[in-house]
Design a protein around this ligand. Structure first.
Ligand SMILES: *[C@@H]1O[C@H](CO)[C@@H](O)[C@H](O)[C@H]1NC(C)=O
Ligand SMILES: *[C@@H]1O[C@H](CO)[C@@H](O)[C@H](O)[C@H]1NC(C)=O
Ligand SMILES: *[C@@H]1O[C@H](CO)[C@@H](O)[C@H](O)[C@H]1NC(C)=O
Ligand SMILES: *[C@@H]1O[C@H](CO)[C@@H](O)[C@H](O)[C@H]1NC(C)=O
Ligand SMILES: *[C@@H]1O[C@H](CO)[C@@H](O)[C@H](O)[C@H]1NC(C)=O
Ligand SMILES: *[C@@H]1O[C@H](CO)[C@@H](O)[C@H](O)[C@H]1NC(C)=O
Ligand SMILES: [Mn+2]
Length: 653
């Protein structure tokens, strides 16, 4: 009994080996002539032929950014020769010395497919895609009963990448995914003639299977005529599989080429490098750990074809970092991008005004900001906007810069619900950077100085002037963040709108501290009028009941702001009542449980949706919600209350 499965699998392996050899033989014979007479073979031996198509204008724009660096390719240069026949591509991860094998036409028996990563040396069978294989249709892969050495490999994969590389290596590079779009998307007719795109994927020490699955998902799920090229920008990786092995592999793929930075540049300059060699009219940026889904590209290109000042982002779905399960939801729960006064990007629900503007939930959504890694833009518009601020270093802030520019300089930023791309969200960055530079802060100061006008003060207040430059006003900071005069000039030349316009028209949901109706302590007028609302409100402090403490008049945990929309908030934390305790909850901007109506005449704080009143317990230990009464325990005093700012309250309620 015990021997049977083993023997059977041996038989099957032999059978497959024979088949494969036969295939190989046929293929070699069939392609021999073609391959050896292919002109590209000669080109392949010429130096750097894969980076000759540098766009002059962009190259000029980016000249400063690349002053010290030239795009180089490791040898041999990865010029592809055109098989243009997918069936000639084998997807064997780490198959440096494997022959090119055709994929079989017939479904393969599962038991042949099991190929354990790391088992190099014995199994030379190709990893063929099995429709029921691990991770197919985006299903999760759970590892069971691993041997000690396998467990060690799992750990190693996590350490290197901050995701489960071992699982990724088990999946086909061509794994199938469900059609995650709203069903209405499948019926939409896009423009007949769409512009071509260069897809630019920047990477640094990316795992082989994850990078190649990104590439294959682009090639497999895009109409061929819309992909001009796929440009892989290597930001100075040192892992061996990304050097010659990648060049060799890419040689077999149509339209794919590798461009290499000569030194570590960071994401921003790597993206600019990609742009400088791209030749299509539209640039599409993707991270190196993505999977494109069916129909992802057409709706993006369609928007740009209709108006080249539209910058578009796909919906970013989550590929689980452990199981590689593909998670998705329909467009009803879509989020748009925003930011807080730390100038940190965040997501929030689609505002009601935007829901009203659109006809359907699958229509493109205006988004105040983009997450940064995944978007498509008309290259001419990108050039007009001055691409990225080349004074930005490494990463961070560039997504907001492009977002502000797009909106303020007469464009539109959209998320397109019919376009879905999966992305592995890592919980930490696996990469090392030189230490001692606060890159993010430097970038965001440049961002604030160039684009935020008067609103920059909220950023500086938030991060603390002292942290930027001890003892100096922020206008004396030239040395710290470099020269921004050329960026300001560009803004002027383009006649871009003001940040005030942007806030009022594009992102009215953003809470502007200067608009607070009241700010300071919130004092209860019962039991001697000595008790104030008091809670820390950092991210870790959320979801807990709001507390009370003797008033101390020193701000801190007793500093609150009453917003126009009736939020009682500090930073991104809002007082929220959902029927139980009054807790601090991330502000969502849609009132409801977070709307509080302050009556300055009798000093009550009434809750918008429940109509109950905020009351202090007589022992001054906590607050709760009660039917509104005449009790002094329901009377509160907001410090610095300015009724002229609350005029809008009734419009909202
Ligand atoms: C690809 O190659 C296979 C043989 O390996 C051949 O049967 C098929 O017709 C080719 N497809 C194209 C589009 O050339
Ligand atoms: C695949 O192989 C397994 C065992 O090796 C066998 O039970 C099964 O019937 C085979 N399936 C097909 C479709 O041949
Ligand atoms: C793991 O191994 C144990 C015992 O060896 C067995 O009972 C169990 O079914 C296995 N689990 C899986 C998921 O294969
Ligand atoms: C493109 O969009 C911009 C911004 O919304 C708008 O001002 C412009 O008129 C549009 N152009 C065309 C040709 O529709
Ligand atoms: C509320 O209290 C005031 C005095 O504090 C009293 O004049 C008034 O009648 C009370 N109203 C109700 C409805 O109890
Ligand atoms: C204050 O006035 C509002 C409406 O005018 C009323 O609903 C509430 O009960 C009053 N609260 C107190 C404490 O008097
Ligand atoms: Mn990413």
């Amino acid at each position: 009994m015990n021997l049977l499965p083993r023997r059977r699998s041996v038989v099957i392996k032999i059978l497959v080996l024979v088949l494969v050899t036969w295939f190989l033989f046929t293929v070699l014979i069939t392609y021999n002539d073609k391959v050896t007479t292919d002109k590209d073979i000669e080109i392949r031996n010429a130096p750097n032929k894969n980076v000759i198509l540098v766009n002059k204008k962009l190259a000029e724009i980016n000249r400063l950014a690349f002053k010290n660096y030239k795009s180089v390719s490791s040898q041999p240069p990865g010029v592809h020769h055109k098989y243009d026949n997918k069936s000639v591509v084998a997807d064997v991860p780490g198959s440096q010395d494997h022959e090119v094998l055709p994929l079989p036409r017939d479904p393969v028996n599962k038991s042949v497919v099991a190929d354990v990563p790391g088992s190099q040396g014995h199994e030379v069978l190709p990893l063929l895609r099995d429709p029921d294989g691990p991770g197919e249709m985006g299903k999760p892969v759970k590892l069971n009963n691993l041997t000690q050495s396998q467990q060690a490999m799992v750990k190693q994969g996590w350490d290197k990448n901050a995701f489960n590389q071992y699982v990724s290596d088990l999946l086909s590079l061509h794994r199938s995914l469900p059609d995650v779009r709203d069903k209405e998307c499948r019926g939409i007719k896009y423009l007949d003639i769409l512009p071509q795109t260069s897809v630019i994927v920047c990477f640094h020490n990316e795992a082989w299977s994850v990078l190649l699955r990104t590439v294959h998902s682009i090639l497999d799920r895009s109409p061929q005529h819309l992909i001009k090229e796929v440009i892989l920008v290597d930001d100075f990786s040192d892992q061996p599989h990304l050097l010659r092995q990648l060049d060799d592999y890419v040689t077999r793929l149509p339209k794919v080429r590798v461009v290499r930075a000569r030194r570590r540049e960071g994401l921003i300059r790597a993206r600019l490098l990609g742009a400088s060699v791209a030749t299509a009219t539209v640039l599409t940026y993707l991270d190196s750990h993505c999977e494109c889904t069916e129909g992802w590209l057409e709706p993006l290109l369609d928007r740009i074809a209709q108006n080249s000042t539209t910058v578009v982002c796909p919906v970013i779905d989550v590929i689980n970092d452990d199981t590689f399960e593909y998670h998705f939801r329909d467009s009803s729960s879509l989020n748009v991008g925003g930011f807080d006064w730390n100038l940190q990007f965040n997501w929030h629900g689609i505002p009601d005004r935007e829901k009203k503007r659109r006809k359907h939930q699958w229509d493109p959504v205006w988004s105040p900001a983009m997450a940064g890694g995944l978007f498509a833009i008309d290259r001419t518009f990108f050039e007009t906007l001055g691409t990225y601020d080349s004074g930005f270093d490494i990463w961070g802030g560039e997504n907001l810069e492009l977002s502000f520019k797009t909106w303020m300089c007469h464009g539109t930023l959209e998320i397109v619900p019919c376009s879905h791309v999966g992305h592995i969200f890592r919980k930490r960055s696996p990469y090392k950077w030189r230490s001692g530079v606060n890159v993010l802060k430097r970038n965001t100061i440049r961002l604030a100085e160039v684009w935020l006008d008067d609103y920059a003060k909220y950023y500086y207040q938030r991060v603390g002037y002292d942290l930027i430059c001890i003892g100096c006003d922020h206008f004396d900071l030239q040395g710290d963040f470099g020269d921004v005069s050329s960026r300001k000039k560009l803004r002027k030349k383009l006649k871009c709108k003001s940040f005030d316009w942007y806030i009022k028209n594009v992102y009215p949901e953003l809470f502007v501290p200067g608009d607070a109706v009241a700010s300071g302590e919130v004092r209860n007028l019962g039991e001697g009028s000595t008790t104030c609302l008091d809670s820390p409100a950092r991210r870790d402090d959320l979801y807990k009941p709001v507390g009370l403490y003797p008033c101390h008049r020193q701000g801190g945990n007793q500093y609150w702001m009453l917003s126009k929309r009736g939020e009682i908030r500090r930073d991104e934390a809002c007082l929220d009542f959902a029927g139980q305790d009054v807790i601090l909850y991330p502000c969502h901007g849609s009132m409801g449980n977070q709307q509080w109506i302050y009556n300055p005449n009798n000093h009550s704080i009434q809750h918008g949706s429940s109509r109950k009143c905020l009351e202090m317990a007589p022992d001054k230990q906590n607050v709760f919600m009660k039917e509104c009464t005449n009790s002094s325990l329901q009377r509160w005093m907001f410090q610095n209350y300015n009724p002229s700012k609350s005029v809008n309250l009734f419009i909202y309620s």
